[in-house]
Design a protein around this ligand. Structure first.
Ligand SMILES: NC(=O)c1ccc[n+]([C@@H]2O[C@H](COP(=O)([O-])OP(=O)(O)OC[C@H]3O[C@@H](n4cnc5c(N)ncnc54)[C@H](O)[C@@H]3O)[C@@H](O)[C@H]2O)c1
Ligand SMILES: O=c1ccn([C@@H]2O[C@H](COP(=O)(O)OP(=O)(O)O[C@H]3OC[C@@H](O)[C@H](O)[C@H]3O)[C@@H](O)[C@H]2O)c(=O)[nH]1
Length: 343
C-alpha cells in the first residue's frame, strides 16, 4: 500500500475549497492572496487581477524591497486589502488562490541578508503551503531561471536539473528556490494541494526600483543620469529579458490552467550584457560611456528559456521585444528621476 512518504503515491484529491465557492446566493468572489504584491512584478499582477470585478485581492508584504507607493491606486478600494506581513510568520486568512512571490529578487538585495533570504524561501513557502492546505487554496510559486544555476545546456528546458553551487554567495536564493519547488511538489503529492510553478526568466519594466541593482534598471538609470553604463566582466554573459506585462499574462494563465509546471516563462530573445548596454545607449543616451567593471562570483554565463511548454500548455508567448519595452521603462524612470525627454 502506498504510504505518505512514497514518492510514487498517486496524488490525493485536494481539500475542498470553501462552500462559498459554489454558493448560489452569496457573493462568491475569488479571493486572491498575492505575497510580495508591493514589489515590481507583484504590483503589476495586482493591477491585472483588480481589472476583474469578481476578484478580491489581498497583498501581504513586509516592504523589504517593495513599496506601498506601487499599490497606491488600490488603497481604499473595497475589493483590495494590504497587510504588512512577513511570510516567515504564519498567516491565517481565507483565500481561494495564492500567488506566492514574496522574496527579494535582485542579487544585491538577496545577498544582503542571505539567512533571511533562505528563511523567506523555505519557511515562507512552508507557511504559504500550510495556508493553502488549511483552506484548500491553489498556490502558484514564482520560482526562477536561477534554479538552472550556471547552465550546461542551452537554451534551458524544464527537464534540465541545473548546475548550482550549493555553498556560494547566490545559493541562498538559487537553492532557496529549489527547496521551495521541492516543498511545493511534496505538499502536492502528500496532501493533494493544487500547485503551479513558474520559472521566471529576467523580467523588466516600469516600477522597478531605481536602485534595484539589476542590469536593466541600472543601465537605464545610469543613461538618464549621464553616468557610465557598468558592464560587469566579461560582458559576453547572456540574459533573455521579458517585459512585465507578458510575465503577468503568463502567470495568470498558469494559475488558471491545469498544469502544475514547472513551466519556463520568459522571452527567448538573448543578449550579451555588452549588447544590452549598446541598445540602451543607442535608444536613451548616445553620448553615454560604457565601462567594464568587476563581476561577482558564480554569475551565470548564459541564459535563455525554451518556452515550448508555455506555448503548448498555456497558449502563451511573449509579445514585447526588448527594443519596444526599453522605451516604456525609460518613460517611467524619467518621471521618477525628474529627467525630461529633451533636456
Ligand atoms: N524580476 C525578475 O527578473 C524575476 C526573475 C525570476 C524570479 N522572480 C521572482 O518573482 C518574484 C517577484 O520578484 P520582483 O522582481 O517583483 O522583486 P521585488 O523585490 O520587486 O519584489 C519582491 C517583493 O517581496 C517582498 N518580500 C520580500 N521578502 C518578504 C518577506 N519575508 N515577507 C513578505 N514580503 C517579502 C518585498 O518587499 C517585495 O515587495 C520573486 O519571488 C522573485 O524571486 C523575479
Ligand atoms: O550594473 C550591472 C548589473 C548587472 N550586470 C550583469 O547583468 C547580468 C544580469 O544581472 P542581474 O543582476 O540583472 O540579474 P541576474 O540575471 O544575475 O539574476 C536575476 O535572475 C533572475 C531572477 O531570479 C532574479 O531577478 C535575479 O536573481 C549579470 O551577468 C550581471 O553580471 C551588469 O553587467 N551590470
Amino acid at each position: 500500500m502506498a504510504t505518505n512518504g512514497d514518492q510514487q503515491a498517486t496524488p490525493k484529491p485536494p481539500p475542498s475549497p470553501s462552500p462559498l465557492r459554489n454558493a448560489k446566493f452569496f457573493q462568491a468572489n475569488m479571493r486572491i492572496l498575492v505575497t510580495g504584491g508591493a514589489g515590481f512584478i507583484g504590483s503589476h499582477l495586482v493591477d491585472k487581477l483588480m481589472e476583474n470585478e469578481k476578484n478580491e485581492v489581498i497583498v501581504a508584504d513586509n516592504y523589504f524591497t517593495g513599496s506601498k507607493d506601487n499599490l497606491k491606486k488600490w488603497i481604499g478600494h473595497p475589493r483590495f486589502e494590504l497587510i504588512r506581513h512577513d511570510v516567515t510568520e504564519p498567516l491565517l486568512i481565507e483565500v481561494d488562490q495564492i500567488y506566492h512571490l514574496a522574496c527579494p529578487a535582485s542579487p544585491i538585495f538577496y545577498k544582503y541578508n542571505p539567512v533571511k533570504t533562505i528563511k523567506t524561501n523555505v519557511i515562507g513557502t512552508l507557511n504559504m503551503l500550510g495556508l493553502a492546505k488549511r483552506v484548500g487554496a491553489r498556490i502558484l510559486l514564482t520560482s526562477t531561471s536561477e534554479v538552472y544555476g550556471d547552465p550546461l545546456i542551452h537554451p534551458q528546458t524544464e527537464s534540465y536539473w541545473g548546475n548550482v553551487n550549493p555553498i556560494g554567495v547566490r545559493s541562498c536564493y538559487d537553492e532557496g528556490k529549489r527547496v521551495a519547488e521541492t516543498l511545493m511538489f511534496d505538499y502536492h503529492r502528500q496532501h493533494g494541494i493544487e500547485i503551479r510553478i513558474a520559472r521566471i526568466f529576467n523580467t523588466y519594466g516600469p516600477r522597478m526600483n531605481i536602485d534595484d541593482g539589476r542590469v536593466v534598471s541600472n543601465f537605464i538609470a545610469q543613461a538618464l543620469r549621464d553616468d557610465p553604463l557598468t558592464v560587469q566582466a566579461p560582458g559576453t554573459q547572456t540574459r533573455s529579458f521579458c517585459y512585465v506585462s507578458d510575465m503577468v499574462d503568463g502567470l495568470i494563465r498558469l494559475m488558471q490552467g491545469d498544469n502544475t509546471g514547472p513551466i519556463n516563462i520568459g522571452n527567448p530573445g538573448e543578449f550579451t550584457m555588452i549588447e544590452l548596454a549598446e541598445n540602451v545607449k543607442e535608444l536613451i543616451n548616445p553620448k553615454v560611456e560604457i565601462i567594464m567593471v568587476e563581476n561577482t562570483p558564480d554569475d551565470p554565463r548564459q541564459r535563455k528559456p525554451d518556452v515550448t511548454k508555455a506555448k503548448e500548455l498555456l497558449g502563451w508567448e511573449p509579445k514585447v521585444k526588448l527594443r519596444d519595452g526599453l522605451p516604456l521603462m525609460e518613460d517611467d524612470f524619467r518621471t521618477r528621476l525628474g529627467v525630461p525627454k529633451n533636456k
